[in-house]
Design a protein around this ligand. Structure first.
Ligand code: MF3
Ligand code: CO
Ligand code: CO
Length: 264
């Protein structure tokens, strides 16, 4: 078990990759509208990443052991889809909620971030789930400092989600990130404070809670990638890439359009 502590030069490159990921999420926001397909959003993001950012969309052809290559450049997960939705012919309609997950590689380093988007006006329940999940992510981020435990991050997220009657997806977690898309450590979004890996300056990892309005159980669709809630309840997710600094944390995937952190 080795967690790579990034050097100052590596951190500088992670900041650049992270900002680019955030900028893709900004760019796509006004294009999420009723009538657009997830495949069109993928194409727009792909072209921005490749033509303008001169970066690489990390999901494209990504094939961890046991998976077939991911065929698109971003993940688009709608309503009861939890994560890893494959962009395609699906037409977005008013009232849908959508997670867009962007990972870019720039100068050898990864930046990974996702946000929730509303297509038209969301239901009150959908809006509340998305907002509470955003709070979960930030409560996790705010636990990050040298000497804290990864269990502190998971416990903060789990406590907030469950206090709203929601559940935390267990099968997927945040992850170390750097030259590799997914590296150590695993960042669970549930757990007990004071347990797990101790944080050290120079660690970089994602915090990306997947929160279901209903039960935590999931299943994988026949496409081999898309994860959905078993009970068809709505699911939401937000993701940032963070650095452990000497005194706390730095979010590496901020951009002009990042929603303001919640007050509590
Ligand atoms: N971006 C996702 C994450 O946050 C991983 C997507 S893998 C893909 O870890 F192949 F589906 F793109
Ligand atoms: Co991630
Ligand atoms: Co991601």
């Amino acid at each position: 078990m080795t967690i790579h502590l990034k050097t100052a030069e590596e951190i500088e490159r992670m900041r650049i990759a992270g900002q680019l990921a955030g900028e893709v999420l900004d760019f796509v926001a006004p294009r999420v509208k009723p009538g657009v397909t997830t495949g069109e959003l993928d194409r727009l993001c792909h072209d921005l990443i490749v033509e303008e950012q001169k970066a690489i969309p990390a999901p494209l052809n990504y094939a961890p052991p046991g998976y077939k290559p991911f065929p698109k450049s971003i993940c688009t997960s709608v309503n009861h889809q939890v994560c890893h939705g494959i962009p395609g012919e699906r037409v977005l309609k008013a009232g849908d909620i959508l997670n867009i997950d962007v990972t870019v590689i720039k100068d050898g380093f990864h930046g990974d971030s996702s946000r929730m988007y509303y297509v038209g006006e969301p239901s009150i329940q959908a809006k509340r789930l998305c907002e509470t999940t955003y709070e979960c992510m930030w409560l996790g981020i705010r636990e990050v400092r040298p000497g804290a435990f990864l269990g502190d991050v998971g416990a903060a997220i789990q406590q907030h989600a469950e206090s709203h009657g929601y559940s935390v997806v267990r099968e997927f977690c945040g992850h170390g990130i750097g030259r590799k898309f997914h590296e150590e450590p695993q960042v669970l979004h549930y757990g007990r404070s004071g347990t797990g890996t101790r944080l050290q300056p120079g660690m970089t990892f994602t915090i990306e809670p997947m929160i279901n309005a209903g039960k935590p159980a999931i299943r994988e669709l026949a496409d081999g990638w898309t994860i959905v809630t078993k009970d068809h309840s709505l699911s939401a997710q937000w993701e940032h890439t963070v650095l452990v600094t000497g005194t706390g944390f730095e979010v590496l995937t901020l951009s002009a359009g990042t929603p303001p952190p919640p007050k509590h």
